[in-house]
Design a protein around this ligand. Structure first.
Ligand code: UT7
Length: 337
């Protein structure tokens, strides 16, 4: 019997209309376009505006685009995995809220918090469901309303993050395409350097937690940067080596978009030319688990069936990892429709 592989068969996305650029940020905090571009590489980020809207509203829009382009019906979906660090509510899972908003009723759903590595963790999890035969059509939705946990008076973090949602469809195939290998890691030693202090069971919301600004992202940039540079590059090189690939075999590196300098260091260690690296951090900033699928969505038309793609991430936890996949379809097939 042939092995069942898990393959991404379409990508959808949603980015809110409102653009917060460096110029506007420089009127809010003591920063400059020059500092942000040199140290991070971000020009603008999209922000979800509107009372009562959350990550689920963006996630639902991304799935609607996916349905429109593929013709897949909500009733065909048997699992929704939502990766997010900004769920609509502590419970129930945002996956269930998104599924309800999209009319998905014939399966189950759950949230997965891998922070910036959420897409990799989610893709690996979906792959196991597909390879085992348990599920046939999975949507991995990555929905991040980072603006809801950013302190717009803190120049060290408010310039970094943006809002977005993406949705990928994952299906079984007997062809030799799809997810080939994954290396996933986490180590809680890093939690002190990047986290949100309040709002969980240790410090539930109170006047004190609000007064002490404990419901915002807390990041010590330098230790996160140092670990990101070494660990993201290490796993990317490891996955190349154990699959006997060199830089010529790789069509694309799709790195998490946290800092242009981290991306550059990873590409350099892999000996990859700049042209093979997907980079859109300039226009979206760091959208946490949505950065990698947002790249796949933007580059979709250029992707060819069988392309060797390495995706890599590093984020809060610490969490990090790398996945090697053979792309499943010629991306221009949706352009022709
Ligand atoms: O996706 C999740 C994982 N996160 C990451 O991968 C982020 C990793 N870290 C980074 O990307 C970088 O550390 C940052 C972009 C966050 C910061 O860049 P940096 O080169 O490490 O700067 P720094 O923290 O060492 O700060 C250098 C200086 C400081 O001033 P002093 O103390 O030298 O006077 C900061 O206060 O830059 C100052 N600074 C700023 N200046 C203007 C910090 N933020 C800003 C700002 N505008 N927005």
């Amino acid at each position: 019997m042939k092995k069942t592989n898990a393959v991404i068969t379409a990508v959808g996305a949603y980015v809110p209309d409102y653009i917060l650029d460096n110029q506007e940020l420089s009127t809010m905090v003591d920063t400059t376009d020059e500092w942000i571009m040199t140290r991070v590489g971000i020009k603008e980020r999209h922000i979800q505006k509107g009372e009562g809207l959350g990550a689920s509203d963006m996630g639902a829009e991304a799935i609607k685009e996916l349905f429109e382009k593929t013709g897949v019906k909500p009733e065909e979906i048997d699992l929704v995995i939502c990766t997010t660090v900004t769920p609509d509510h502590p419970f129930p899972a945002t996956a269930n809220i998104i599924a309800d908003k999209c009319g998905i009723k014939n399966g189950h759903g759950f949230d997965l918090n891998g922070a910036c590595s959420g897409f990799l963790y989610g893709l690996d999890t979906a792959t196991r469901f597909i390879e085992s035969g348990a599920k046939k059509k999975i949507i991995l939705v990555s929905a991040e309303k980072m603006s809801s946990i950013v302190d717009y008076t803190d120049r060290t973090t408010c310039v970094l993050f943006g809002d977005a949602a993406t949705a990928v469809l994952i299906e079984p195939t007997e062809e030799e395409i799809g997810v080939c290998d994954s290396i996933l890691r986490s180590d809680g030693f890093g939690r002190v350097h990047l986290h949100m202090k309040g709002g969980g069971s240790v410090y539930p919301a109170s006047h004190e937690t609000v007064d002490n600004k404990m419901h915002y992202i807390y990041q010590e940039g330098q230790p996160v940067f140092k670990n990101a540079v070494s660990k993201m590059a290490d796993v990317s090189v490891e996955i190349m080596e154990r699959n006997n690939m060199n830089h010529e075999d790789i069509a694309w590196l799709v790195p998490h978009q946290a800092n242009l300098r981290i991306i550059g260091a990873t590409a350099e260690r892999m000996n990859l030319a700049k042209e093979k690296v997907m980079i859109n951090i300039e226009r979206y900033g760091n959208t946490t688990s949505a950065t990698i699928p947002l790249c796949l969505w933007e580059w979709e038309k250029q992707l060819k069936k069988g392309d060797n793609i390495v995706i890599a991430s590093f984020g809060a936890g610490f969490t990090w990892g790398s996945i090697y996949m053979k792309w499943g379809y010629d991306g221009d097939k949706y352009a022709k429709k």
